[in-house]
Design a protein around this ligand. Structure first.
Ligand code: CAP
Ligand code: MG
Length: 431
């Protein structure tokens, strides 16, 4: 009905965003009977200052806070938001705006938040990674090759002693990191405190026997105050990393633990469990690369970014987009996918490649991601015919071959553990 709505007040095709605007890129599909402009107006309105009906009074200063849908191209729209709409350093509030009510609007059949470009002033209100890629390389004394880690498998069920022993075998096979699985926290069969105590003892033993730095991605995910306690226990036992399932823990808790762990000089390994609930549908939800971008801003040092060749969804271009937003300093735009982003002084974070990997796939992963990454091979070492330590050795042999440009087949002629891995898995891509 005429005069009851003001959505189109949030559409301005002639608007040019200012350097201080925060800009979001959306894919959208209007519902039946709704035009592209009406849909774009609803997106800009409901994510900024609007509501469904005209109002009895509208203070003139409100105009300064209204978002503007300024570039509508088919199913893609860019929306510019005045910076004052956003509280400095508050990640949950950002999501409540650009990833909140708008996903549920009847006027939209589908909506997907593709990317956001953060202006410098907003960027500088977040800490970013405490250590970043260079800092992690210096902590682990691994200057060039990818870092390697593994999760004890089966995912959960081991006692703390069994878990630590499998971690020791992993370290002795040459891996840098032993990671908890995303659903291992402090169950009755593997209490957090007991796991930390036993892992600490075997880490020290592995470091003595190998002369290498060894660390672990121990999962502190739980209620926030409990996470703070677990962070302290890790710190008191000399651990330099903590793992958080950042999607299920939430941006607020992750921000809190970034402060706590940062004060301890510890790095954050971000597992992304549950991301596929909202990033898998190409028409609706939020992209993984925006989630990765937000988590780098909040301050994780490394984040799962996919493998393209392993068991979980996410093709080469998606994995490389995820890596670009995590590692880049001046990120270039990619039409209908990525907005330009100058990261200023925010440190780069490692993409983590994990999920269905084994020694036969290492060259492919490194071809996709290069060496500036963390690679997790879990089932792919514990399933080795000669056991965990041989599986880790086989994987390290595969990375040596890849770094020297030697084919795995040739390298396997003089490296039996790799040969045994190739005999079992070849270069199969699990599903
Ligand atoms: C991998 C893993 C990781 C996935 C997460 C698992 O184990 O431990 O959680 O990699 O996926 O539980 O599946 P495997 P993503 O190496 O034995 O597959 O990295 O895509 O977030
Ligand atoms: Mg896992």
């Amino acid at each position: 009905m005429a005069g009851t709505e003001w959505y189109t007040d949030f559409v301005d095709p002639g608007y040019g965003p200012s350097a201080s605007d925060l800009v979001a890129l959306f894919y959208f599909e209007p519902a039946a009977g709704i035009s592209g402009e009406e849909a774009a107006g609803r997106i800009a309105s409901e994510s900024s200052t609007g509501t469904w009906t005209t109002l009895f009074k509208l203070p003139p200063r409100m105009k300064k806070l209204m978002a503007k849908a300024y570039e509508i191209r088919g199913n893609y729209v860019k929306v510019a938001y005045p910076l004052d709409l956003w509280e400095e350093g508050n990640a949950p509030q950002l999501l409540s705006g650009i990833a909140g009510n708008i996903f549920g609007m009847k006027a939209l059949r589908n909506l997907r938040l593709l990317d956001v470009s953060f202006p410098r002033k907003y960027l500088s209100s977040f800490p970013g990674p405490r250590h970043g890629m260079a800092g992690i390389r210096s902590i682990m004394k691994v200057p060039r090759r990818p870092l390697f880690g593994a999760v004890p498998k089966p995912k959960v069920g081991f006692t703390a002693a069994e878990h630590a022993q499998m971690g020791f075998e992993t370290w002795m096979g040459g891996f840098d990191l032993v990671k908890d699985d995303e659903n291992l926290t402090s169950q009755n069969f593997n209490r957090f405190e007991e796991r930390v105590k036993l892992m600490t003892k075997l880490r020290d033993k592995a470091e003595r026997e190998t002369g290498e730095k060894k660390d672990a991605l121990i999962n502190i995910t739980s209620e926030t105050c409990e996470m703070m306690k677990r962070a302290k226990l890790l710190h008191d036992n000399g651990w330099r990393f903590a793992m958080i399932d950042v999607v299920v823990a939430g941006t607020a808790a992750t921000q809190t633990l970034r402060e706590v762990l940062g004060d301890y000089g510890m790095a954050i390994h971000a597992h992304r469990a549950m991301h596929a609930a909202f990033d898998r549908n190409p028409k609706h939800g939020m992209t993984m690369h925006f989630l990765a971008k937000l988590m780098r801003l909040v301050g994780v040092d490394e984040m799962h970014a996919g493998t393209a060749v392993g068991k979980l969804v996410g093709g080469v271009s998606e994995v490389q987009l995820n890596a670009a937003v995590l590692r880049g300093r001046q990120v270039k735009p990619v039409a209908n996918q990525l907005l330009a982003q100058d990261w200023g002084s925010i440190k780069p974070a490692f993409p983590v490649s994990s999920g269905g990997l084994h020694p036969g796939l290492i060259p492919q992963v490194m071809h996709i991601l290069g060496t500036e990454c963390v690679i997790l091979v879990s089932g792919g070492i514990h399933g080795h015919p000669k056991g965990t330590r041989a599986g880790a050795i086989a994987t390290m042999q595969a990375v040596e071959a890849a770094m020297d440009g030697i084919s795995l087949g040739d390298y396997a002629r003089t490296h039996p553990q790799l040969a045994q891995a190739l005999e079992k898995w070849g270069a199969m891509r699990p599903r």
